[in-house]
Structures are given as C-alpha cells and as structure tokens.
Write a protein that binds this ligand. Structure first.
Ligand code: PEP
Ligand code: MG
Length: 929
C-alpha cells in the first residue's frame, strides 16, 4: 500500500481553509453540476447534473479530486477533508432519516472512484459500507430477508478485504468455493442465510490472518479507510497502465463518490442494469442494455451471470421500463451524446446511478455523429470531433475469409467488438504476453477467459482478439476491447473454459494452449482453426459522408508511404493525396531482382557494379512506372537507396558454419546449399568451394559494428555514385514514358540521411545531371523536384544551408528520434517497458512524436529551411505521420503534408481536419472554447 508522493513541482498551491472538498447532492439539489468533471470526476459531475434535473438519484456526496492529489502528496487526507466529509455525512443522514451503520434502519453507502475520464473497472468500488455484526441484524429484520442481509455483509467484507486491506481475492474465493462444495452446489444463490453466516465467520478469519487486524466494526472508520483506499487505487498498476495506453494525465487524481445504497437484490421486484441510448457496437438507434433481476451492480458488468436484454424489462415491469426509457432519452438530448447509464430498481422503484457519454466503436461513432446531425442535435462541425481519429481504423478491420478453408463454428457468443482475429489460444494474460513476445503480428494470440477482469489488461493489450465464455455486451472484456478497437466475442456460453487446466471444451472437443482459433467479432462466431483474413472495403457510404464533412477543414495534405503499386492503389482508395515515401530498397527483394542486387553488392569494382546495375535498371523502371500509374496526377516521393548493403547478404556466422561443414556434407545436403546460394551465383556443387569464402570475405568487408550509423543513406550514393545514377535514370525514364502515355507524373527524388550541405549537393547534382541526360535522350522534359530527408540532428541544425540545394524536406522522424535520443529503434524494447512503467517517458517516442525534444528539431529545421527557401515544401514520413497527436503537432508547425502507412491515412486525414478546425472554429473537442 505504498503511497506515491508527487514531485514538488506538481504541487498546486491551494488555500486549505477555503477549498471546498466535498460536494453534496440529494433532495433535488446538488452543490456541483455536470460541467465540473475536473473537480468532481465524470461520475460525480453526472450525479450532480442528474440530481439538479430532478431525476431519481440516491443522495450522497462527492469528495473532489484535489483531496486525492493532496493524499498522493502527503500520504493522508487533511483535517479539512475529514471535517467536510463528516458534515456531508450528517446532512445525508438527516435527509435519509438514517444513521450510517447504526440503529434499526441503518444507512448503508457505496464508495466509488470516479476520475475526469472514464476508466472502466480500473479503480476500486466498495458496496454495502456501514454493515457490521449489529447492523446486519437490523438489515435482516428491516428487509425481512436474512439471506439478503448476510449476502450483503459477506460482499462488504470481501470487497473491503481486497480493496482496503490488500488481501488477495482468491483467499475469499477459497472460502466461498469450499462452502459451495460442502453444500454440493454450483450456484451462489443456492447458499442460504445460515451458510452465508458461516462464510462471514470464515471471511473474518481471513481478514485477521492476512491483515493482522479485525474487520472494522465502526462504520465511520470503514468509511475513512474505504475513501483512502479509493484514493490509492488511482496509483494501482492497472489504472496506471490504462492511463498510459489512453494517454490520461497521471496527475489528475480521482474523486470519491459516497452514495446511499439502493438494492437490486431485494427480491423479484428488484434488479439492476446498464445500458446505452444507442447501440455502442453498430451505432443503430435502439434502446440498448442488459439487466438482471435480484442482483447487485457488479453481477451485471463482471459477467458472473449472463444478463438479459433490456427489452425483457418492458414485459416484467412496463412502468419502470417506460420511465427508464424516458429519462435516458432526456439525458441524451441534454448531453447531446450517447449516454451509458446504470440503474437499479429497488422494490419496483427506479434509481439512476450513473450517466456518462458512452464509449463506442469507430463504426458506431461515425453513424451516431451522422444521426445526431440529421436529428438537429449537433452541427456538422461538432460532428467531426465525435470520432477519435484512431477509431476510423474500425472501418478497415479485416474480415474472415470463409471461402479458403472449411468453417467449423464452435460456438456463437456476443459480437462485442467488430473485426476478425486469428491466433493461438492463451488462457492467462501473462501467458498471452509471453506467447506474443515482441511481435504480436508474427505471434498472434487470442486470449480466452471465462471472463476478463481489469487485471488482465496487459494480456488484452497484446492479444489480437479476446474470447470470453461469460458476460454480456457491457462486460469488462466488451467495453475494454471496443475502446482498444480490438475484436472480441463475449459470453460464448457453450464454451467451458478451464483456466487452471489451461484448456477449453466445446462440442465435445478439447482445445489446449497454442491451438489456433478464429474469431468474428462482428457476428460473434468462434471458429475452429486458422482462417485467412480479408481486407475490408473502405467505401462505406457513411464513412464517406463523414469524411466529406471533415476534409474541407484540413490544411495539410495526407500522403501514404507505399513502395509497390498494390499499396499505392490501396492508399489512394483510403484518400491518400500522393506518396510521401517510396522506399526503393523494398523493390529489390523480388525473386528476379535479388540475384542482380546481390551481384551488385558483391562486386568489388565499379565495372562489375555497373554491369549488375544495368540489369537492375529495367526492373526498377518498371516498378516506378507501376507506382506513377497508380498515383496518376499526384506527387510521388522516391527515396534513393538507404539501408546498409549487408542487409542483402547472408549472415556472417551462417556462412562460417557452411564453409566449415561443407567437406563433411553428403550429396543431398550439398545440393541444398547450392539452392541456398543460388542468388549469389552458385549453379553446381563445385561452385561452392570458391564462392562461399569469397562471399564471406565481402560480408566481412561490409560488416559494421553499428550499421544504423554506418554505410547507409546518402553515404552509399556518395561512395557508389553509380547506384544513385541508375536509380535516377530509372525514375526519369519511367516518368517520361508514363507522361508519353498520358499519365500525369510528379516525381520528387529524395536523398536519405543527409547531414551536410555538401552531401546534398553531391547527390542532388547526380540526380539533376541524369535527369537532363534522360530528357535529352527522350526528347521530353518532366517537372520534378530534388529534396532531402531530415533525419539527423545535424541536418536540422544546418537546415538553412541544406535548403540551398533542397527543394523539399521530409522529416524521417524514425531515424530522427533514434539519433536524437540515441535509442536504437530496433532494440529500444529492452528499455522502453521500464521507462514507461517508471514514468521516465510518458509515451513510446517512436509511436508518438516527442514534441518537447525531437519536435524542437522539426520546428527549427522548418523555420531555418524556409528562411533560405520560402517556398520549401515540408512534410513528414516517419511512423509519426499517422499518429493523431503528432499530426496535430505537424499542423501547428506549418508542415505541408504528413505521410503514413496506407492503413493510417484515414486517421491522419481526420486528425489533420480536427487540428485545423480547432483553430478556425475556435472550438475544443467540438465545443466552443
Ligand atoms: C525515417 O527514418 O523516419 C524514415 C521514414 O525512414 P526509414 O524508416 O526507412 O529509416
Ligand atoms: Mg530513415
């Protein structure tokens, strides 16, 4: 239970005596209101707003976020917080005519966290607080239901023990399971009041044993301890993890909501549920939700029992259903956004426990935004802020290819989060992380659980998809995966998941860890084996409509990084307005090209190199023609050869082994070696004896200790100018040939890894000379540009110089991040997890641009470059070009375009539109500033 102390710099000066720490709500009036999310958290603000609107909300009070920040700084709540809390409690007691945990009709409360941004299930909640050995008796009498009273008490001890006293959940589960075993039953509900009293006795022993103290009987002591535990839960590992992946500020803190309990488990006229005013998966305008009769809140969301569709409520309690529908419709109109609500029915009376803007899939976000414009609730300008740029990825999620393989549906669960996922089964979050390793694409994993809990978050993050056998559309698994844009099938009840035995059983078959399954999150089907996936079509008419509202705001162009015509065509379909980076090295990997490429590298003199390059020239030209054709009318930036040459050669150690073992190999093995080295000129076994040592000698010549800082980028073109010459020739010959065919070609030749003006001048001169030669030979000129990547700090520092020879800059922020931090981009994963966990870095700088550091170089280079050449075209082509916060930075820095992988083009378009619209419309998140 370590207390985290904030650095002094973060300490905000607050005048303690005047700070209002506690905000009351109840009796139709609230101290706060819905706008006060910073202070009251999302939940507290919602409760205040609903109370003010006269809705049936159980009364209570919110202890504001500043108290949590103080707690983090000092390790304790101040006297002022205690005092204001006691005053609010007295007011609540007076309003209810009850006393906390005392008397014949004891007041019981819930204590819940609630931060500014919703963090579903990440922090802690305690229900039934105020129960003790005495008040449980009173509750039994009052409710005339001793079982209910005992059940409420045992739940309190369990939650309190776990959350406040840090006792493992399993310690309580063991007691409970033992009781069920003794009674030979599987269902909790089969235990009667007497059984539960036994459980309570055992639970108390668990508390004593693990916490070395008794379960507190004093209700106020319970309240203070619970409040402080909720403050501390802001710093638990899963909350920290959630904040990191959702980019939520660690310094915000959580509020604590203390609210009079209402009971959904009082019998058959009580119940509890959650819902959305529109379908959060598809966006369909339908009243959508789930509930359970005779149950308490956590039962619905934890997936312990599979809930019933809300439409059933209309049959059981039509009046309550109508009231709920009417209230939530009003709430949606009031907030002008989809509401995610929680309610409880106690003895036939409806209470609203929470309302907040509902999380939804990208698909739903676009549909709802359009509906709300059409309904006149919001404007088109507001609508474009209703979708997170990253959510557009949902439109691009793959589908299962059901034609290629026989499809055996094992079970159908709920379509909790759309898309398809194919992978190997892991039954625990830790195992999922282990199996995925450093490459979640190479090692796809499906996390299979009976139900997920917030503790599984690290496994969910690496998994391609999630499958649960219990839980509904609002279960933890469903909510979290939708937020992550990850495929999920929830509540597939036919599947029997045995996490301990690491197996699942369905349809008489057993599946073990490592077996392949395929999930269809759009239909909820679980399919045996490894299916292929199909690319989605990006031409959804509603997506087009939405993008037509967003795009006109945009000031920056969005291009794609694409190396082959297929990717260029795909990028264009997603709306790319050019190619910002064509990595020509990827073009050399084709089967027919690689032998010539290797011959070129192995050549130890210019003549042999030129011979090999001559063979490559027509192939390169054909590649460029393909790309120019795909991008007809749009600019194409082609980069000259960048990577170190040894990347195209065999590994040194492998060669040494083959040389050493060659004499001992039999004929079959030798033939295999000929095949292995055929691209290097091996035709018959006799060739190997001379070839392999020659190869090794060249590999050793090219060997570098630090190839990323070595013989690569423009350094290659400077040491072997014939390579740049061949590439320039291929580009311009293709450009002229295409132009002659009526294709509009706008080539931009880009020189990589430039650090000095003279490097740029050297390579620029070769490109321009070859262009002139080709134009003369072919009798036709084509407009073109020559520019550079800015991917070394020195280049940024002398950008004014480099701009003399460079008509455009494109920031290679992958290398620029590598060289500015001195982090190897290939090995950083050894360091990064610790850096993120320790808060040394807030985000992976290779994913989101480090605006503070690397960003300064981008800004400086742009300014300096434009000082020399005011017309300088500036873009970015590192991975950051498709990441929303980096795109926004590029807009603020005045870049002309961003370029990213084809699948991020939609995201970049929306991020660029939102950045510009925020400026021009003077709005923030779609609301007037
Ligand atoms: C970069 O360094 O940002 C870049 C785009 O080039 P590459 O990733 O090919 O090194
Ligand atoms: Mg680079």
């Amino acid at each position: 239970m370590a207390t985290i102390t904030l650095p002094e710099a973060e300490v905000q000066e607050t005048k303690k005596s005047t700070t209002k720490y506690v905000y009351f709500f109840g009796g139709g009036k609230a101290d706060g209101n819905g706008k006060m999310k910073d202070v009251l958290g999302g939940k507290g603000a919602g409760l205040a707003e609903m109370t003010n609107a006269g809705l049936p909300v159980p009364p209570g009070f919110t202890i504001q976020t500043e108290a949590c920040r103080e707690y983090m700084r000092t390790g304790a709540a101040s006297k002022e917080v205690d005092q204001q809390m006691d005053e609010a409690l007295a007011k609540l007691e007076a309003l209810q005519g009850q006393k906390l945990g005392t008397g014949e009709n004891p007041l019981l409360v819930s204590v819940r966290s609630g931060a500014k941004f919703s963090m579903p299930g990440m922090m802690d909640t305690i229900l039934n607080l105020g129960l003790n050995d005495k008040s449980v008796e009173a509750l039994a009498k009052r409710s005339n239901n001793p079982r209910f009273a005992a059940d409420s008490y045992r739940r309190l001890i369990q939650m309190f023990g776990n959350v406040v006293l840090d006792i493992e959940k399993s310690a309580f589960d063991e007691v409970f399971d033992a009781k069920k075993k003794q009674k030979k039953t599987k269902l909790d509900t089969d235990l009667d009041a007497k059984d539960l009293q036994d459980v309570i006795g055992e639970y108390k022993k668990v508390v004593k044993k693990h916490a070395k103290r008794d379960f507190p009987q004093d209700p106020r002591e319970q309240l203070v301890m619970a409040r402080d535990a909720v403050f501390r839960s802001w710093q638990n590992d899963r909350a920290k993890h959630y904040r990191r992946i959702n980019n939520i500020d660690d310094m915000l803190g959580t509020a604590v909501n203390v609210q009079a309990m209402v009971y959904g488990n009082l019998g058959d006229t009580s119940g509890t549920g959650v819902g959305f005013t529109r379908n959060p998966a598809t966006g369909t305008k339908e009243f959508y939700g789930e509930f359970l009769m005779n149950a308490q809140g956590e039962d619905v969301v934890s997936g312990v029992r599979t809930p019933v569709h809300i439409s059933e409520l209309e049959k059981i309690m039509p009046d309550v259903y109508n009231q709920l529908h009417e209230i939530t419709t009003r709430l949606e109109k009031h907030y002008k956004d989809v509401q995610d609500f929680e309610f409880t029915i106690q003895d036939g009376k409806l209470y609203m426990l929470q309302t907040r803007n509902g999380k939804r899939t990208g698909l739903a976000a676009v549909r709802v935004a359009i509906q709300m414009v059409e309904e006149g609730l919001i404007t088109k300008d507001e609508a474009i802020f209703r979708v997170e740029p990253n959510q557009l990825y949902d439109f691009l999620v793959p589908r299962l290819d059901e034609k290629s393989t026989k499809v055996e549906v094992l079970a159908t669960g709920l379509p909790a989060s759309p898309g398809a996922a194919v992978g190997k089964i892991a039954f625990t979050a830790d195992e999922a992380v282990k199996m995925a390793g450093h490459d979640t694409t190479k090692n796809p994993v499906i996390l299979v659980r009976a139900e997920t809990t917030p503790e599984d978050i690290h496994g969910m993050e690496v998994a391609k998809g999630i499958l649960t056998s219990r839980g509904g559309m609002t279960s933890h698994a469903a909510v979290v995966t939708r937020g992550m844009g990850k495929c999920c099938v929830a509540g597939a009840g036919d599947i029997d998941v045995n996490e301990k035995a690491r197996e699942m059983r369905v349809k008489g078959q057993t599946f073990k860890e490592g077996d392949w399954i395929s999930l269809d999150g759009t239909t909820g089907r679980v399919i045996k084996g490894k299916l292929n996936t199909l690319d989605p079509s990006p031409d959804d008419p509603e997506l087009q409509k939405f993008m037509n509202w967003a795009d006109p705001h945009r000031k920056m162009k969005v291009r794609a990084n694409a190396d082959i015509p297929r990717d260029a065509i795909q990028a264009r379909a997603f709306g790319a307005e050019g190619i910002g980076l064509c990595r020509t090295e990827h073009m050399f990997f084709g089967e027919e090209k690689i032998p010539h490429m290797r011959a070129m590298i192995l050549a130890d003199n210019e003549k042999d190199r030129r011979t090999a390059l001559k063979k490559l020239l027509p192939m390169q030209r054909k590649d460029f023609e393909g790309v120019f054709k795909a991008m007809d009318g749009l600019p194409v930036t082609i980069r000259t050869l960048d990577p170190p040459l040894h990347e195209f050669l065999p590994r040194r150690e492998e060669l040494m082994v083959d040389i050493a073992l060659l004499p001992s190999y039999d004929a079959k093995h030798k033939k295999e070696l000929v095949a292995k080295y055929k691209d290097y000129g091996a035709k018959v076994v006799g060739d190997l004896k001379k070839l392999l040592p020659t190869l090794l000698a060249r590999v050793e010549q090219l060997h570098e200790f630090n190839p990323m800082l070595g013989h690569r980028g423009c350094r290659l073109g400077i040491t072997y100018p014939e390579i740049t010459e061949m590439q320039a020739r291929a580009i311009f010959e293709a450009a002229v040939d295409c132009t002659k065919k009526g294709i509009k070609v706008l080539p931009e030749v880009m020189i990589p890894l430039v650090a000095t003006l003279k490097e740029m001048a050297n390579q620029g001169a070769i490109v321009r000379r070859v262009a002139e030669e080709v134009f003369k030979e072919k009798g036709m000129k084509v407009d073109y540009m020559v520019g550079t990547m800015i991917e070394l700090p020195r280049a940024a520092l002398v950008a004014d110089e480099i701009a003399k020879e460079s008509e455009f800059f494109s920031f290679g922020t992958n290398d620029l991040t590598q060289t500015t931090f001195g982090f190897s981009r290939d090995d950083v994963n050894k360091i990064l997890p610790t850096y993120l966990a320790e808060g040394i870095l807030k985000q992976d700088p290779f994913a989101a641009l480090d605006q503070e550091g690397v960003g300064q170089l981008v800004k400086m280079a742009t300014e300096r470059g434009r000082k020399t050449r005011p017309t300088l075209k500036v873009g970015i082509c590192g991975e950051h070009g498709g990441e929303p916060s980096s795109v926004e930075f590029c807009y603020r820095t005045g870049l002309n375009y961003v370029s990213c992988s084809p699948f991020r083009v939609l995201t970049a378009r929306l991020a660029a539109a939102q950045a510009a619209a925020t400026d021009t419309l003077k709005v923030e998140g779609g609301r007037t500033k």
